[in-house]
Design a protein around this ligand. Structure first.
Ligand code: PSU
Ligand code: MN
Length: 305
């Protein structure tokens, strides 16, 4: 499967050819989700965690008219530090490729790359979903529809409570996306282990998750799976402080007319600043935990295939 618009980084290509485990990582978290230099430190740590988990990391991004499946050190650095890096979801992908810009892929953009390359596992922090205020804004992340298309299991810490979590779970159900609480009966809310909402399903081991992936795709049910892995208890944030920060962030965003693709990055920055960096520290720990689990799932799935 050679597509001229896809560039597979050599170590990733080798692993895929040999049927060895690979874990995809997104780049929007680097370019738009965290400040410099925490972002570059984080992605370097994530890549080394994948390696030490027995898999090969493939950070997905767009540059020079190609989707890159795996980035070299220079490209990671450019994504983390340059101004004007595009934020690419499905609707932006054609233009980003045609114009040859440097772009970071969201969960939806990363899923497109991972699915093309045949990478069945992707670890991130949090997915996009149905935004609070959806009745007036109609803001529903393209992450949800892409999860319905791409044969990839996404490991996330649930979804951030900048979103409307009950509505997000409803849309996931409508789209037929299995949502698995990892070691929990509750759907986790990113910074906190609890949301008060039931996770539709539960698995306690990577092997059980791999078995669900195998069953889904063997029976021809296309599309992804969401693995909701709660933030490690030692890193979890104080829910009240986070909720206060989210509410003032949402208010500020609506006062300033911030909407569309700039809303999520705005809220992430606002919450980080108003919690004095506490949310960033928690964010780093939860994404590290998701990457460790992603590597375990990729290893378990590789033995089933
Ligand atoms: N949620 C987070 N951190 C993030 C994102 C979401 O807690 O970094 C990023 C991801 O790349 C996700 C994107 O795919 O934001 C969703 O953007 P939007 O809400 O504009 O669809
Ligand atoms: Mn949106």
């Amino acid at each position: 499967m050679v597509n001229p618009l896809i560039h597979i980084h050599p170590p990733v290509a080798l692993a895929l050819k040999n049927g060895e485990p690979v874990v995809a990582l997104e780049s929007t978290i680097v370019a738009h989700g965290m400040p410099y230099p925490a972002n570059i430190e984080t992605v370097q740590t994530l890549e080394s965690l994948v390696w030490s988990g027995g898999a090969v990391p493939a950070t997905v991004a767009v540059a020079n008219g190609q989707i890159h499946i795996g980035c070299d050190a220079d490209m990671l650095h450019a994504l983390a530090s340059e101004e004007g890096v595009w934020k690419i979801s499905r609707r932006d992908m054609p233009l980003a490729l045609a114009k040859g810009v440097l772009g970071a892929t969201t969960v939806s953009g990363t899923l497109i790359g991972a699915a093309h390359a045949g990478i069945p596992v992707f670890s991130t922090g949090g997915i996009g979903g149905v935004h609070r205020g959806v009745a007036s804004t109609w803001d529903i992340s393209a992450d949800l529809t892409e999860l319905a298309n791409a044969d990839v299991a996404v490991v996330s810490a649930g979804a951030k409570s900048i979103l409307d979590l009950p509505k997000t779970l409803e849309v996931l159900e409508s789209l037929g996306i299995p949502v698995i609480g990892y070691g929990t009966d509750e759907f986790p809310a990113f910074f906190t282990r609890e949301s008060g909402l039931d996770a539709p399903h539960r698995c306690n081991t990577a092997k059980e998750v791999a078995a669900a992936m195998h069953a889904k795709w063997t029976i021809g049910l296309e599309g992804g799976i969401l693995v909701a892995n709660p933030i490690p208890a030692s890193a979890a944030a104080e829910p009240k402080a986070i909720e206060t920060a989210i509410e003032s962030g949402l208010l500020k965003a609506s006062e300033q007319g911030i909407q569309g693709k700039t809303l999520t990055p705005f809220l992430l920055r606002f919450i980080n600043e108003s919690t004095g960096g506490a949310s960033l520290a928690a964010n780093r720990q939860l994404v590290e935990s998701n990457v460790r689990l992603g590597a375990e799932i990729a290893v378990a799935y590789a033995t089933l295939r």
